[in-house]
Design a protein around this ligand. Structure first.
Ligand SMILES: CC(C)(COP(=O)(O)OP(=O)(O)OC[C@H]1O[C@@H](n2cnc3c(N)ncnc32)[C@H](O)[C@@H]1OP(=O)(O)O)[C@@H](O)C(=O)NCCC(=O)NCCS
Length: 226
């Protein structure tokens, strides 16, 4: 089986190393490569692996021979890529670092990536294509929605629910039992005491709405790069 890491940036390199760590414990893949549609990356090599566009990947590897993981940190783009990959009939791989503690009663869906040092407690539900960065904690009965990204060192307390396409910035804390709506961005180091409605950017302690999440971008706001 081949594993295609979709996204050949810094996160892609991290995800590739995670896949190697997983393979050391239980050999799941015989070959790895990067998929990236950026013109300047296609045809290059990273850590000795080929980088190819998704169209070229489709032409070369059948859906029986390959699975894919998405190594992109923008929740909106994770969702778009997941749809595209599923439409073409490929499966999404699951990656859980061997140095993460995963409860035997946790439910992990296709495409979920859980990096090292996380604690994923009992009766948690990590939905399809969610991404947990290093050293996150998910308390009992928490749920992380599809395509959401939980940054490093975030703590989500028992019974909290994180919606779809949410980004939780590093070191944030989310109080037990709260509900985070879809398409929310939580600024780094925020402390979330109350539930948050869909489509808001919140930050601070206590976390307060800053504005609506209109352009669905966590990183690289176009207006700031001018
Ligand atoms: C919430 C976030 C997306 C907002 O991004 P943005 O729209 O570019 O806004 P800025 O970062 O420019 O901040 C705007 C203002 O809010 C303030 N602010 C930003 N984040 C804050 C936070 N977590 N708590 C309190 N204030 C914050 C900034 O100081 C700035 O104030 P100013 O206008 O007085 O200078 C961003 O601050 C953030 O937290 N990103 C996630 C970072 C992260 O977790 N990275 C991990 C990488 S793996």
């Amino acid at each position: 089986m081949i594993l295609g890491v979709y996204g050949a940036g810094g996160l892609g390199r991290e995800v590739y190393e995670l896949a190697l760590d997983v393979n050391k414990i239980e050999k799941k893949w015989d070959e790895f490569l990067f998929i990236d549609d950026a013109e300047e990356l296609s045809g290059t090599e990273i850590y000795g692996l080929s980088v190819m566009k998704f169209d070229d990947f489709k032409g070369k590897y059948s859906t029986e021979k390959a699975e894919i993981v998405i190594a992109v940190g923008e929740p909106r783009i994770r969702a778009l890529l997941r749809e595209k990959i599923k439409d073409e009939g490929y499966s999404l791989g699951i990656l859980v670092h061997p140095l993460t503690r995963l409860s035997r009663w946790a439910r992990i869906e296709e495409g979920a990536i859980i990096t090292y040092g996380c604690n994923v407690s009992c009766d948690t539900h990590v939905k399809s294509n969610a991404f947990l960065q290093p050293s996150c904690g998910l308390g009992h009965d928490t749920c992380v929605g599809e395509d959401s990204v939980i940054s490093a060192c975030v703590r989500i307390a028992g019974g909290a629910t994180v919606g779809e396409r949410v980004y939780v910035g590093m070191n944030a804390a989310v109080k037990e039992g709260t509900t985070i709506g879809n398409d929310v961005i939580i600024g780094m180091a925020s402390v979330v005491h109350n539930s948050i409605a869909d489509g808001l950017i919140v930050m601070g302690n206590p976390a307060r709405p800053m504005r609506k999440n209109e352009n669905h971008r966590v990183f690289g706001h176009p207006e700031k790069t001018k």
